[in-house]
Write a protein that binds this ligand. Structure first.
Ligand code: GLA
Length: 736
């Protein structure tokens, strides 16, 4: 017993020593600009400015600087850290966070890079933490001698440089490089049973042997519901260990799962937690039901493409009474096409039927100058694929949207950055790159499914991803888009920052958007115009008047609670500016599998946070642009995106955004007025624990409202009150 204790103590000391860090927070030098010689260890950087790596370079004498800059550091790496470590094979160099791209040289040898395309030229990635692992016997690493670290940074816009908190060098520790693979989807059985396979793997050359345990806790009560373990968790490089488990959830809510691996020999543990999904959206009925917005706007003489969104057991038969002259309906697909020359508000009655019954719905086709009367519902490639988007990925998304989502009103398939060729044709025409062999064919395919197609560009010479922008080709590009059949354009400021004067005034900010607006007005089709300039100059106050159908109100979203909730809960000041034809855009959705590049991961939002995300965005009357891999829509994500009562809040024809009605320390209430005189109300729990949130019947917001409905569950309830999960929501619709 005593012997064991001593051994444990020794091991503990040993591992503490093993985790020894060499700090890299001090001593950095910085130079703005770019020069290949700056990677060389022999280069004399004594004249460079001293850099503070807790701050961006804007704060260190380079205001508004976007472009290249280099950081250099001279550091001794003592071999004692190797001797004291348990695993002696690799070294991890952590360089805080980098904004946005980098190449890292150790004594002149490139040891890692992040971002970029087109050869060695680093162009675009995302601000974020960077760590590079190299072998301990890599000849570039000089043990016990001075090493020169040189970091080439390229900032595409906004803040720039290398700055953050985690700057150090250390030997890769026993549990570093060990990962839980929790990426597989949960499977759903009867009686709320969930199953899942998890894996544990490593990139370390060490034979891990030990216990893998799994514990389910109820976050509301703290009670441990289930606890299991296996003593046979053995894995090493290339040979992962996987484990399948099932568990029965007592209630429809999220539980917390903790996975812990304990290595027997060293006693070191690694844990990870995740939450469990629960589906609120009721199953779709086999009886026909018509979904989607009650109104759609098209300009006179422009092509109409409208798919009547309806669920029900196939085959469905579609009818439309009161279709204006010039339009025809395909009774088998529900797709309406044609043109209408006369302005006017055309009332139409849709009927959809199958063997089990039929459903009718009143609909208005508004032929006039205002389009995009309800927020766009669609998919955009960026949050999933980043610059790795290609024809096949877009077709997959279109196919999946047509198969599973268009029946709920989803219709846009939007390609973001990364489709453009490196050069224009001799006549100045823009063409797609090799990833999109036939843009017109692709659009044709998308239209044939009753869906619409969107594209992306920048008013500057380059897009944010470094591709060709529209600068000085506005008319020509608008015409090309029209020839291809494009229905939506996202227009991203990016390198227009180099064209506009520094600190542009309002007129200078509006200018590129007005120029493109007039180019789009010259073509013979409706192209929704989505402004993306991150909210500069309070764009919401002038975006509509400048011809935008939507405008981004913020910088880029990412899949964390911090990012999503900071954006979503700060949309009150722009709320009054939303209306039919012009909406605030708090950025695209981060549910499902996202990744901003070729490799994807499950969103890091918990399941309750995802309910909050979709509820809040719907209350805000935001464009809902799915940002995940549509080819792998899991059951939970699908349920989030196909709740017709939730979507109806977003698509409400009044087009108003919710206002922040109550903001308290631990919760918020947002209220949206609806066309039928009702209201949609979101009660949001912003804390980490369960709480009861109530809006009393006597509250001014509820005066005169007698009917209450829980929108996610699609059930009538008796009060505006409920237990709300951490970061979760209760979404209600109330009627008089
Ligand atoms: C900007 C936008 C993103 C995306 C990328 C493409 O960051 O805000 O939504 O379009 O550019 O490069």
């Amino acid at each position: 017993m005593k012997k064991n204790l001593i051994l444990l103590l020794l091991l503990a000391l040993f591992f503490k020593a093993g985790a020894q860090n060499i700090s890299l927070t001090k001593g950095w030098k910085l130079s703005i600009g770019d020069n290949p010689e700056w990677s060389s260890p022999g280069f004399d950087d004594s004249g460079w400015q001293a850099a503070n790596v807790s701050k961006n370079w804007e704060q260190q004498g380079h205001p508004d600087y976007d472009g290249f800059g280099w950081y250099r550091l001279h550091v001794i790496i003592p071999s004692s850290i190797k001797e004291k470590s348990y695993l002696k094979d690799s070294v991890l160099i952590s360089l805080g966070s980098i904004d946005d791209n980098d190449e890292v040289y150790l004594n002149g040898t490139l040891i890692g890079k992040y971002g970029g395309h087109k050869g060695s030229d680093i162009k675009r990635s995302r601000y974020g933490p960077r760590s590079y692992k190299i072998a301990a016997n890599n000849p570039a690493l000089l043990w016990d001698k001075v090493n020169v670290l040189a970091v080439r940074v390229y900032d595409t816009g906004g803040d720039g440089g290398m700055y953050g908190t985690n700057f150090n060098i250390h030997m890769v520790d026993i549990m570093e490089g060990v990962h839980f693979d929790t990426g597989s989807d949960f499977s759903y059985g009867e009686h709320n049973t969930l199953g899942k396979s998890i894996g544990i793997n490593t990139s370390n050359n060490y034979p891990y042997k030990g216990t893998l345990s799994f514990k389910v806790t109820d976050p509301e009560t703290g009670a441990v519901i289930l606890s299991k373990k296996t003593d046979t968790a053995h894995f090493t490089t290339g040979v992962p260990f996987s484990w399948w488990f099932t568990f029965s959830a007592a209630k429809k809510k999220s539980y917390l799962i903790t996975y812990t691996f304990k290595d027997k020999k060293t006693g070191v543990e690694l844990s990870e937690t995740e939450t469990t999904p629960y589906i609120l959206t009721p199953a779709v009925s086999k009886i026909p039901k018509i979904n989607g917005a009650a109104i759609f706007g098209v300009r006179p003489g422009h092509p109409v493409l409208y798919l009547i969104p309806a669920t029900g057991k196939a085959p469905l038969k579609y009818k439309a009474q009161g279709l204006p002259a010039g339009l025809k309906l395909d009774a088998a697909t529900g797709i309406i096409t044609g043109t209408v020359d006369q302005k006017g508000s055309y009332p139409i009655v849709f009927t959809v039927s199958n063997k089990l019954g039929s459903n009718t719905k009143k609909f208005t086709l508004a032929i006039g100058d205002n389009v995009g009367l309800t927020p766009a519902l669609g998919w955009n490639s960026w949050n999933a694929w980043g610059l790795s988007v290609n024809d096949e990925k877009v077709r997959t998304s279109a196919r999946e949207m047509a198969g599973r989502l268009s029946v709920h009103g989803w219709s846009y398939i939007n390609i973001d950055d990364g489709w453009e060729a490196a050069k224009r044709q001799d006549d100045g025409k823009i063409t797609p790159n090799e990833k999109f062999p036939d843009m017109k064919g692709l659009t044709g395919y998308i239209h044939s499914l009753g869906l619409r197609m969107g594209i992306y560009s920048s008013p500057g010479p380059r897009t944010c991803g470094g591709y060709l922008g529209t600068w000085q080709h506005e008319d020509q590009d608008a015409q090309t888009y029209s020839d291809w059949g494009i229905d939506y354009l996202k227009y991203d400021w990016c390198s227009y920052g180099e064209i506009a004067p520094r600190n542009p005034n309002l007129e200078e900010m509006k200018k590129p958007y007005l120029v493109m607006r007039s180019s789009l007005d010259k073509v013979n089709r409706d192209i929704l115009f989505s402004y993306c300039q991150y909210g500069m100059g309070s764009v919401w106050t002038w975006g509509a008047e400048a011809g935008g159908n939507s405008w981004r109100t913020t910088g880029d979203i990412t899949d964390t609670w911090n990012s999503m909730s900071n954006i979503g809960f700060n949309q009150d000041k722009m709320a009054p500016y939303a209306g039919p034809g012009h909406f605030n855009d708090p950025d695209m959705l981060v549910v499902g599998k996202v990744g901003w590049g070729p490799s994807l991961h499950n969103t890091r939002l918990t399941f309750d946070e995802q309910y909050t995300h979709i509820s809040l965005w719907s209350l805000l009357a935001s464009p809902l642009l799915i940002g995940c891999d549509m080819g792998h829509l899991d059951r939970f994500t699908l349920s989030l995106l196909t709740n017709d009562e939730v979507l109806a809040i977003d698509q409400d024809a009044l087009g108003k955004s919710a206002r922040q009605y109550i903001k308290k320390d631990g919760y918020q209430v947002w209220v949206k007025e609806l066309k039928d005189g009702g209201k949609a109300i979101g009660l949001f729990n912003t804390t980490d624990s369960y709480q009861t949130i109530s809006l009393p019947k006597s509250d001014a917001a509820l005066k005169g409202y007698t009917k209450y409905r829980d929108v996610w569950r699609q059930q009538n309830v008796t009060s505006a009150s409920g237990r709300v999960a951490p970061h979760g929501v209760l979404l209600l619709r109330v009627e008089k």
